[in-house]
Design a protein around this ligand. Sequence first.
Ligand SMILES: Cc1cc2nc3c(=O)[nH]c(=O)nc-3n(C[C@H](O)[C@H](O)[C@H](O)COP(=O)(O)O)c2cc1C
Length: 254
Amino acid sequence: MTARDDSYPVADIEARYPFDVLDLPRYPEPEMLARAQQFYADMDGRRSVRAFSDEPVDRELIELAIMAAATAPSGAHHQPWRFVVTGDPTVKHEIRLAAEEEERINYLDHRMNSEWQRSLAPLGTDHHKGFLDTAPWIVVLFEERYAVADDGSKQHHYYVKESVGIAAGMFITALHLMGLATLTHTPTPMAFLSRILDRPANERPFVLFPIGYPAAGCRVPRLQRKSLTDVMTVVEHPNADPTAPTQAPEHDAR
Ligand SMILES: Cc1cc2nc3c(=O)[nH]c(=O)nc-3n(C[C@H](O)[C@H](O)[C@H](O)COP(=O)(O)O)c2cc1C
């Protein structure tokens, strides 16, 4: 029943590098289904928040979300990410002013073309970013484009955007599951974040996350998420027995 593949790692490799036995929990199938359903329900309740309360949030929660995100897989395990955290009102304000300046050009001076702006219209976004002052924390996730060794030489990273994107998703998930809200914010171009946060040349801003509790009565756009059939394609050998794919009911994003 259990598939075995004894060829990994080959003896020669194991003689040279350390390996551990994987200790992954195995749940009874009904429990797996219940866990999967609960996780989907939890994640379906995640929303991007653009109106925050100024209620303080313990820094330990932010640190734990970063630790969770930093468990993400990465190309060659180079972990090419840096989470830069600030709760300093002066720094947050400087970020707000610089973000609003870039977004003013995006929205009002039409650096975003009209097609883009039409897509954004139902979200009600504009160049005002007051939430960057209000949210108790801002975390800017930087992608590390390459590492710098002690002798100053550059070490190449692999699949940086893919790796950092996965870490970003895990960060958002961790925050949501602990009851915090965030926004995936990209006030592009984001070079001002390197300047304000004093980051080195090998790091590039990837996403800015304001983090906190939603403001009282916080409202979010009514969005529809794609159904399972819209996002999943099953490929089978033409002669295989056709088995009906599961079809999830359509649902409203909350
Ligand atoms: C890469 C990326 C960049 C985004 N940039 C912004 C942004 O700059 N400002 C903003 O208000 N929302 C931004 N969003 C949030 C999306 O608008 C939001 O995820 C989408 O409307 C779906 O809503 P939901 O997150 O509530 O499900 C961004 C999302 C992603 C994935």
